[in-house]
Design a protein around this ligand. Structure first.
Ligand code: ADP
Length: 152
């Protein structure tokens, strides 16, 4: 049986930190589905089509990685698509505290297991909101985002 995991997030935008988590997860799972969760009440900087195009471009040629867009609860997406594992990236103890409570709730809803992967030290201070601020101020985000040209 193929082991598939969902790596969910808003990925606004998808950073090198996210990318490193996907690469680590591929050492454990046969394939990774990157799920861009959309929430109609939330405002995003990068349009959804750009975020999809960007992530697909990063993993072009790697048939073990796919990108999907979904609405609603992540666990519902998993149940509907027969996915039993979620991947989450951890940068620090705050991430750990936040993520463990979500993982417990998700597990009690659907028995889905969350696998935590520790970020690489060099990406431990990297988050999408910092990248958005740099981008909005017309700074270069190339050090933090692979193929940033695909977001434009
Ligand atoms: P959300 O908006 O749901 O927090 P994000 O797109 O910010 O989604 O992040 C999705 C996942 O990626 C989360 O598990 C988050 O902890 C992880 N993540 C974010 N930034 C990094 C990073 N620099 N290194 C490793 N994991 C990260």
């Amino acid at each position: 049986m193929q082991k598939i995991a969902l790596f969910a997030g808003s990925f606004d935008p998808f950073t090198k930190g996210h990318e490193s988590i996907v690469l680590k997860a591929l050492q454990i799972f046969d394939s990774i589905v990157i799920g861009i969760g959309t929430n109609t009440s939330k405002k995003y900087l990068f349009p959804i089509e750009k975020r999809v195009q960007h992530i697909e471009g990063i993993f072009k040629g790697n048939d073990k990685v796919s990108v999907v867009v979904y609405e609603g609860l992540t666990v519902n997406y998993c149940s509907e698509h027969n996915i039993h594992h979620l991947i989450r990236g951890l940068r620090n103890t705050q991430d750990f505290e936040y993520e463990t409570s979500i993982a417990h709730v998700n597990n009690s809803l659907t028995h889905i297991e969350t696998v935590f992967l520790l970020t690489e030290l060099k990406y431990s201070a990297l988050n999408s909101s910092i990248v958005r601020e740099i981008y909005k101020s017309k700074g270069s985000i190339d050090s933090f985002v692979t193929h940033s040209e695909l977001l434009v």
